[in-house]
Design a protein around this ligand. Structure first.
Ligand SMILES: [Zn+2]
Length: 250
């Protein structure tokens, strides 16, 4: 169900076992070939497709579109919360619905810069509200790791930024928004990789993207999308189902 399409009386009657899905995105630069809303569009679409398969088990909120994008600010058009502003915005959505006695919350995040903050916000909420069940999920975590490796054609076998994976997903879901004539590879990284390195995007890219977007195709995007939605449906069902004893067969 979609929260924004219900009345307050509809919401009052819902089961409190329902899983609240909160898409979190961003409006930030995605290189010369993808639109600023890429992360918001993909997170929203993933959450909508999951909700469509589990309408009675899920309550989908509108997307938090203003993300934590301070590391992209050197590029025009990028909008960003402060870290504390983002933390507060996400917590207020959860705490508002918790006040209405909902207890299960899962983010469907589409933006790398929100990952740490979603986890920190939820860890903080959990410590103060142990009855809440919280999951800081990212749509790009839903496929098996082997799916990325087996599906992506270029040398980078995971999702980066305006990369083969993201450009393929956009070619599949929102092809009219992709500037196909501007697709390019970009990005610098140290060899060997430095664990935990913190960067601003203008330090590590020429035009804002990170990865091998020239390998992108709508076919790759369709295969990834199927894995994202299938994995997401499974994750939400497992979350709704609750804990099982370690290793127990279901
Ligand atoms: Zn992105």
């Amino acid at each position: 169900m979609k929260l924004a399409e219900l009345t307050w009386q509809d919401v009052a009657e819902l089961s409190r076992d329902i899983v609240v899905l909160i898409p979190t995105g961003a409006v930030e630069q995605h290189g010369p070939h993808l639109p600023l809303a890429t992360d918001t569009l993909l997170a929203t679409a993933a959450a909508e497709d999951i909700e469509a398969q589990l309408p009675d088990l899920t309550l989908l909120t509108p997307t938090l579109w203003l993300g934590a994008s301070l590391h992209h600010m050197p590029f025009s058009g990028t909008l960003s919360h402060s870290f504390t502003g983002y933390d507060e915005a996400l917590k207020r959505v959860i705490l508002s619905l918790a006040e209405h006695r909902f207890i299960k919350f899962m983010t469907i995040n589409g933006h790398g810069g929100n990952c740490d903050l979603n986890r920190v916000a939820m860890r903080d909420l959990k410590s103060q509200n142990p009855n809440l069940q919280l999951a800081a999920a990212n749509y790009f975590d839903f496929p098996e790791a082997s799916t990325w490796k087996d599906t992506l054609k270029g040398p980078t076998k995971n999702i980066r930024h305006a990369c083969e994976a993201e450009a393929s997903l956009m070619l599949h879901k929102f092809p009219h928004l992709v500037r196909k004539d501007r697709i390019r590879d970009d990005g610098l990284e140290p060899t060997p990789a430095i664990p935990g390195l913190i960067t601003q995007f203008d330090e590590i890219t020429e035009q804002g993207s990170l990865g091998h977007a020239t390998y992108a195709s709508a076919e790759t995007g369709a295969a990834l999308w199927q894995a994202i939605v299938a994995g997401g449906v499974q994750a939400v069902q497992g979350f709704a189902d609750g804990y099982h004893f370690l290793g127990a067969q279901q």
